[in-house]
Write a protein that binds this ligand. Sequence first.
Ligand SMILES: Nc1ncnc2c1ncn2[C@@H]1O[C@H](COP(=O)(O)OP(=O)(O)OP(=O)(O)O)[C@@H](O)[C@H]1O
Length: 244
Amino acid sequence: MAISKEAEQDVQQQSALSDDQPRKLLTVNQVEREFQVGGTPLRVLKGINMELKERELVMLRGRSGSGKTTLLNSLGGLDTPSSGEIWFNGLPFHSMSDDERTLVRRKHMGFIFQAFALMPLLSAWENVELSLRMAGTGRSEWKERVTHCLELVGLEKRMHHRPFELSGGEQQRVAIAKAIAHKPMLLLADEPTAELDSGMSAQIMAVFQNIIRTEQVTICMTTHDPTILEVADHVYEMVDGKFV
Ligand SMILES: Nc1ncnc2c1ncn2[C@@H]1O[C@H](COP(=O)(O)OP(=O)(O)OP(=O)(O)O)[C@@H](O)[C@H]1O
């Protein structure tokens, strides 16, 4: 993959910054996304600009259909913009091939999406272990890392339970442990508190704040829930494909 001079300079400039100053992890420039629906173009993202820095908790808020999931998919390289740029850790996501993006995604990103739900026949432990197996982490590191991640989300006493033996909030915590096991730089979460009551949502947000501190991860999540916005470092409000 050819990486432009601009990207190299960006990486050099960023590493020249002092340690306590959070580095830019992701930059979105004028991103547009158009789908063809029955031969008619549907503009879903209309010129999005945003930035995620290291160790930030950023929320995308907006009504159903405003384009939040489409944007989150683009940030994770699961979808590509029709135009505009997405730079992840100095790499031009918008111009990389699917295979190149997949490699970056596997190594440096974690996802909490409905589509990446837990394996029902595996225990919490085995679910997290599976994630390390898939990321190519050496077998000798599995035991320590799985234990650490399940402790981080407060599930040390439920490690050997299967998903159906866990509450919704506990299952979501296993999903978080699974998503951070391979030490990603960026965690993307689509409505991670949608199915939970307010107490459980608050617990999940406390877990997010904890892993930002201890694992140095950046989190970008979508939400409908106004009660959890106060813990965000930044909230982007989305209306009809644009930030307002
Ligand atoms: N692959 C696709 N093809 C056609 N239209 C799509 C596609 N993906 C999304 N859309 C449309 O784009 C619009 C925005 O969808 P998106 O899922 O991004 O919104 P959202 O804000 O995440 O909504 P929700 O909160 O309900 O998940 C919707 O009108 C949706 O139907």
